[in-house]
Design a protein around this ligand. Structure first.
Ligand SMILES: [Fe+2]
Ligand SMILES: [Fe+2]
Length: 276
């Protein structure tokens, strides 16, 4: 006998709670997307940062079937046009779409024209970019002149509208630079994203948000935020350390790393971390 939603005894026994049964759960067959997640390149015109970024890009670039590359900020170290010229050459090596958002070391006025073709933006650089049937909602969490971050009122309104105005059968991923959670690394926690309860309220209203992605911490990490995965990419230029490791607050000689994310046909994000 073929088991389907009409004949499934588990589903009939759990009427009113069909989510308990894998046969009865209505499911979407989403397109699987695979994307690399880089962060904190801190390109500063010195050879060290550029070399580490180039090695990382060369490791990711030949992958077959990659749908996109996400770079979650601190792409330049001082945010000068000269640094972004180097960044643009480096990122041009990818043959797939490269999604970039600014970090606290970036400067909107130079980041926008160089990487987003937006002339001299003074306001937040928020972007909605479709990859397959997934919408990447890239939020600008920077506060000009400050190391810490926050999603501003206009950015939260933009995110609310971007989520409300889209087809809810499409998946969404939200990305920004600053993690909206305590990571138990004192130097990072002091400059994390604050005001996160407003973001949590928005995420909670949208089950189609599969995960939140960020950088800034210079360490690969996984936790939860508003019931969704919150994943940070390793740093390219350096690696932060937990106090328990007793190796100082950060290391320059740890290898650069990145994350590979698979957003599968169930809408589940699976993350693999790699170090060179
Ligand atoms: Fe950084
Ligand atoms: Fe940062």
């Amino acid at each position: 006998m073929v088991i389907n939603r009409d004949t499934c005894e588990i589903g009939q026994a759990s009427a009113g709670a069909p989510a308990l049964c894998p046969v009865c759960v209505p499911r979407h067959d989403f397109l699987v997307i695979t994307f690399a997640h880089l962060s904190d390149l801190h390109i500063d015109l010195g050879e060290r940062a550029t070399d580490r970024a180039r090695r990382l890009i060369d490791a990711v670039r030949p992958m077959a079937g990659l749908d996109a590359v996400l770079v979650t900020g601190d792409i330049a170290d001082h945010g000068t046009p000269q640094e972004y010229a180097v960044v643009r050459d480096l990122l041009a090596r990818f043959e797939v779409p490269v999604l970039t958002l600014p970090g606290n070391h970036d400067v909107r006025e130079h980041f926008g024209p160089a990487l987003l073709a937006r002339p001299s933006p003074k306001h937040e650089l928020n972007q909605a970019i479709a990859v397959g049937d997934t919408d990447f909602l890239l939020c600008d969490s920077t506060i000009p002149g400050q190391s810490g971050g926050e999603l501003s009122g206009p950015t939260l309104e933009w995110l609310k509208s971007a989520l409300a105005d889209r087809d809810p059968d499409r998946r969404a991923l939200i990305a920004f630079h600053h993690p909206p959670a305590v990571l138990h690394i004192p130097g990072v926690d002091r400059i994390r994203q604050i005001g996160e309860m407003r973001l949590a309220g928005i995420v909670s209203a949208h089950p189609e948000v599969a995960a939140l992605l960020c950088g800034h911490a210079h360490t690969g990490f996984v936790t939860t935020f508003a019931g969704r995965p919150l994943v940070g990419a390793p740093g390219c230029v350096s690696t932060s350390r937990l106090p328990v490791e007793q190796r100082g607050s950060y290391e320059l000689d740890s290898p650069p790393g990145y994350a590979l994310h698979v957003l599968d046909d169930d809408g589940r994000l699976v993350t693999h971390f790699r170090a060179l």
